[in-house]
Structure formats: C-alpha cells, structure tokens
Design a protein. Structure first.
Length: 378
C-alpha cells in the first residue's frame, strides 16, 4: 500500500475526486465540480464518513479511508459481481447481495462486503434454485431474480442465527476449542511507547500469559506471531492466519496511547459498521464479555465496546475481538501495565470471557464471579 494521505489544507486533483465521492454520498454538497481544496467542510465530511463506517476518526484520508470511500459508491446492479481470486470485489453492492442471499436462506457466511468463495457458492446455489445458468456471476438476470423473490427468513439475521447455533452446538467444554491470540506488535514493530516500556513488550507478555492458561484448560492456541519473530504481518494477514487454523475465536491485543495524558481506560472492538446487517452478533457478545470481565477485575476506566470495520475484524471468519488495554501515555494505566500481577488478572479475565462465550445462559455466572478452577475442562 502506498502512503496515501490527504488532510486539511491539501490541494490538487485528488482532492477534487475525494470531494466528488463525498458529494455522491450526500456528505458534501458541491454543486459544481472542480474545487480542489481539502477545507473544513471536507474535514467534517471525512470525519462523519469514518464515524459511520466504523473507521478510526482522524479527518485524514489514508489508504483505508480512500478504499472504503471507493467501495461505498457501488449500488447493487451497478456492475457485474463474481469471485475474482486475485483481487476480490468489495463494496456496498456486495453487502446488499450478501444480505439479500442471506434473507433468501442462502449461507453467505458473514455479511462483510467482500465477494469471496462462500458468496460465490451461495450465488451458484441461488442460480440453480431459480433455474438460471449457475456460473456464479451476478449479471442482469441474477439481479432480476434477486429482486423478484420475497425473503423467506424473518425474525433475526440468518448469518448471526447460524453463528449462534454453531456456538451452542460446540458445547461449553473448553478442550478441543481453538483460539488464536494476536499480539498486535512485536519484533521491529514496537507499537505505542510509554515511559520505559512499549506496547510490543506488554502484548507479547500478555499473549504468553493467556496462552499458558488456555493451554492448561485443553484449548488449542495459536499465536499470529511467535515470540521474537521479526516479520510484522498486516491486519489482513493476521485474519487469514486465523481463518487457516479454523479457530473458534480470535483475540487481538493492543495498548493505546494519546497526546492527552488524561486519556485512560480499556476498550474492546468487534466487527460492525453502520450499514444494517453487518454487525457480528457473536463478536459483539465476545467483546462485551471481555470488556466486562476486565473492568470487573481491574480498576481500569470502562471505555466500552464498539463496532469497527478494521481489516482484522472484517476479514476474520470467527468471532474476533481487539482489546486496547489502557493507555501507555497515562501514568496510572502505565503503572498497572508494568505490573506482572495486573497482567495475570487481565489474562484470567480474557480466559473467563472465552469460557462464558460457550456457557448457555442458564449456566452463565455473574461478571467477575468465575475463577480459573471453575472452567469446563472435561
Ligand atoms: Zn497497537
């Protein structure tokens, strides 16, 4: 990815293009094309767009924001859709297609706006069902057939219902479950830094503590990067790694930083944007459990759980959570993070949250009540 970056004060033809995209989305009202300045109005529109799309709100158009801006312009029927191995199609039209197929009872996996193999299979199945050539490509006849049929699935999102059912069937026993732990930084990539230590050292150590506890309960664990590994995978590569392991859950570990030393607390993130039908209900549940267990067992400020469309969350097929465990730039949080006992408490909170994902509601305990020896290990 190039270091694409446009912000307040920039000028040029690229800005004119960004303005026209924002106008198309109704976020800016340029009546005549041509303005080439990234002004206050553009800044506001970009922030608004980032907010509603689950991106980090910066007001800067970076590569990710640019890509999502571009994906947002597609309406179902605007272009042919099919599975392209090398460069899968992505956009709002793919979200519309996945939602439609899902309502009609076809399994597209999660509604993520990326035309992958599973979406292609669902399209072929749909085409066979309505008696049109099953080539997996959505063209005019497929769009027409999609528009004609009334939804057969009502009362809940089929993709989420399927995911909950799979979870229920997995049972509460931990042995045999597969969890991927993602230390967000390591090697040459040190992440955020604070007074005397950095994000990579915290998340690598925390990953080891979580891994040790999970392994002791019989959970199969994988790390997206081994201790001491130099390579720094991208968010999508980390998600792809987790997908390859067929993991049930993915937890990505980070520590935050801020210019304002007052900023403090723990937040968790799951896959979700503003478009209806895209939030991962299981991800939201898992993030809520991690959030509540960590808050109940520590004195970190509760910055709550939020839906985001970051690549790791978007591309992971399993319930995925990213935790931002405190701020290295906050004196109180940094002191906690430096304390091995604190890290143990957090590791325990994460393991308990993982167990609670699988507990039927009749057996679920109050937040903060379960201990490691309560886990269903056999
Ligand atoms: Zn980080």
């Amino acid at each position: 990815m190039t270091s694409l970056r446009y912000q307040l004060g920039d000028t040029g033809p690229a800005i004119a293009e960004i303005r026209s995209k924002l106008t198309q989305l109704g976020l800016l009202d340029d009546t005549a094309p041509g303005p080439e300045t990234f002004d206050e109005d553009v800044d506001r529109a970009v922030r608004h767009f980032q907010q509603e799309r689950g991106l980090t709100v910066t007001g800067t158009v970076d590569a990710t924001t640019y890509r999502v801006l571009d994906e947002a312009r597609w309406r179902l029927g605007d272009r042919l859709l099919s599975y392209v191995v090398t460069n899968p199609q992505a956009g709002d039209d793919v979200i519309a297609l996945q939602r439609r197929l899902s309502e009609l009872g076809f399994d597209v996996g999660r509604v993520d706006g990326v035309f992958g193999t599973r979406t292609g299979d669902a399209v072929r199945q749909f085409q066979r069902n309505v008696g049109i050539p099953a080539d997996g490509t959505c063209g005019p006849s497929t769009f027409k057939a999609l528009g004609r049929l009334a939804p057969i699935v009502t009362g809940g999102r089929p993709d989420n219902l399927r995911a909950s059912e799979a979870l229920r069937q997995a049972g509460k026993r931990l042995p045999g479950k597969v969890v991927v732990i993602d230390p967000g930084h390591g090697g040459a990539d040190r992440g955020n830094s604070g007074d005397g230590f950095d994000e990579a050292s915290v998340v690598e150590d925390l990953a080891a503590r979580i891994e040790g506890r999970l392994t002791a309960t019989g959970v199969q664990t994988y790390l997206t990067r081994g201790p001491g590994a130099e390579a720094s995978p991208t968010e999508s590569e980390r998600a792809a790694f987790a997908n390859d392991t067929d993991a049930n859950l993915l937890i990505s570990l980070h520590v935050d930083a801020h210019d304002n030393p007052e900023a403090s607390g723990v937040a968790t993130y799951y896959y979700g944007g503003h478009q209806p039908g895209t939030t991962s209900a299981i991800g939201e549940q898992f993030a809520g459990l991690v959030q509540r267990e960590v808050v109940a067992r520590t004195d970190l400020v509760d910055c709550r759980s939020h839906g985001k469309t970051w690549d790791l969350l978007r591309h992971a097929r399993m319930a995925a959570v990213r935790i931002e465990l405190g701020y290295l730039t906050n004196e109180g949080d940094a002191a906690r993070l430096a304390d091995p006992d604190f890290r143990d408490v957090v590791a325990e909170a994460v393991v308990i949250a993982i167990q609670r994902v699988y507990l039927p509601s009749s057996e679920d305990a109050a937040t903060g009540a379960l201990r490691i020896h309560d886990l269903a290990t056999h």
